[in-house]
Ligand binder design. Structure first.
Ligand code: ASP
Ligand code: MG
Length: 440
């Protein structure tokens, strides 16, 4: 069986939902994972923020406004009177719940319950739409089988067992519809797989049922060789290895949740990225096969903080790095890039929630300098570090100020740390040197 995930834009309008219907209705049994309609999760996050800030009235206004939008969508999606009425009743129940939430005291648990409603709405609506169109489908509630453990990792044994049980109950359906993103935590509370987590849901399900293939359908024709939001003339990459895709997703390619390929790579289950608006386009196939060497793609990740740690005692002293790493470990903050010299070490983090506490401890053993608003630009490709064209990357040094370079950490990745204000220029210049073969 295949698992197909459709993102927010794919279910973001009645027209797009009709496209999704024609893509999935091919006579093959499959599991379909849906995101919330585009914009909804952002709205729900804002509602939670308003509650957190004590702006109950503003939160209620936003709930009312969102509800109106859903009523309009239901009317244009469902002409069948009975289904229309049933879905309206569901929508009204969800919004009554959201209204009740506005009177609760803010907690992370409250926020998780609020943001879960987007996927519950989109799947309920889409399943009813398929019923109206005569397509045999059944709703599989993700909260009946999707669960993370205390380390926020999917609990795959539990998921396998529970998912098979719910699949057996709805055995006759042709198409199973389920919610991306949402799950239970190890205390049975509603939680989620972080923003963009529907991709991750799809590959977790793929691993649990040993799917033939996982397809991620979005509004772009695959993973591009550079960020199409900032650089002109980018093009989709037709094939990527799991390693290449994992590096790109982690270091900023917005199209995939960073963990997407993790669940499926061990079982060699291919992941195909496809475009709902252009189903015939090849897209990107992520698989165990590695193709040609050289730099295949460039991605950038913002919001990085660089910390330079300098100590006279580091000189020929062993154990210094251990002390540094222990401080980050105590504060549950992972380090992305690291470079060292004889007297200093520079490293980066993307989660600065515990920065103050970390700096206070580092301060006791070293002199520190902090640079915020940095970006990691990551160049990915099979064996890039060995490739004959890779030297062209260093042409960039004449145009952009580079704060750190990481070369050789893995043979598939070279990372540069730059000031975020130089990002667009850097991406464009790298594109020119590496892909457009500008002669210098
Ligand atoms: N709806 C969630 C989000 O917007 C999950 C997803 O779309 O993948 O982050
Ligand atoms: Mg996404």
């Amino acid at each position: 069986m295949k698992v197909l995930k459709f993102g927010g834009t794919s279910v973001g309008s009645v027209q797009n939902m009709a496209n999704v219907k024609s893509i999935i209705n091919d006579g093959e049994k499959k599991i379909v994972v849906l995101s919330a309609m585009s914009g909804t999760t952002n709205q729900l996050v804002t509602i939670a923020e308003e509650i957190k800030n004590g702006n109950v009235e503003e939160a209620q206004n936003r709930v009312a406004e969102l509800e109106k939008g859903y009523e309009v969508t239901v009317d244009s999606l469902l002409s069948d009177a009975a289904l229309n009425e049933d879905v309206k009743a569901y929508v009204s129940k969800v919004f009554a719940f959201l209204n009740e939430c506005t009177n609760e005291t803010f907690s992370e648990n409250l926020e998780n319950r609020i943001v879960a409603q987007g996927e519950l709405l989109s799947t309920y609506m889409f399943n009813s739409f398929l019923n109206q169109e005569g397509v045999s489908s059944a709703l599989l509630p993700a909260l009946d089988f999707m669960r993370i453990d205390a380390f926020k990792e999917p609990n795959l044994d539990y998921i396998k067992e529970q998912l098979n049980a719910v699949l057996n109950v709805a055995e006759d359906a042709q198409i199973y519809i389920t919610q991306g993103f949402i799950c239970l935590d190890d205390n049975d509370n509603i939680s989620n797989l972080q923003r963009g987590g529907s991709d991750y849901t799809a590959t977790i399900i793929g691993a649990a049922i040993k799917a033939e293939e996982v397809q991620i359908w979005t509004d772009i024709d695959g993973m591009h060789n550079n960020d199409p939001r900032y650089v002109e003339n980018t093009h989709p990459i037709s094939n990527l290895s799991f390693d290449e895709a994992a590096e790109l997703a982690y270091f900023g390619a917005k199209i995939l949740h960073p963990q997407t390929v993790t669940p499926v790579r061990a079982d060699h289950i291919p992941v195909r990225l496809k475009n709902t608006m252009d189903p015939e386009a090849h897209g990107t196939l992520i698989s165990s096969t590695t193709s040609e060497n050289g730099i295949k793609a460039i991605a950038a990740k913002d919001g990085i903080t660089a910390i330079k740690i300098k100590s006279a005692r580091m000189l020929q002293a062993h154990g210094f790095l251990k002390k540094v790493f222990e401080i980050f470990e105590t504060h549950k903050t992972s380090i992305d890039m690291i470079t060292t010299s004889e007297v200093a070490v520079s490293l980066t983090i993307d989660d600065d929630r515990n920065l103050e506490a970390i700096l206070a401890e580092l301060d006791k053993i070293a002199t520190i300098e902090v640079d915020k608003n940095q970006s990691i630009v990551c160049l990915v490709g099979h064996s890039v570090v060995n490739h004959q064209d890779t030297y062209k990357l260093f042409q960039i040094l004449q145009d952009v100020k580079i704060r750190m370079i990481s070369y050789g950490g893995s043979k598939n990745n070279i990372s540069l740390l730059i000031d975020s204000k130089d990002k667009i220029n850097t991406l464009q210049k790298l594109n020119d040197y590496l892909f457009e073969l500008v002669t210098l």
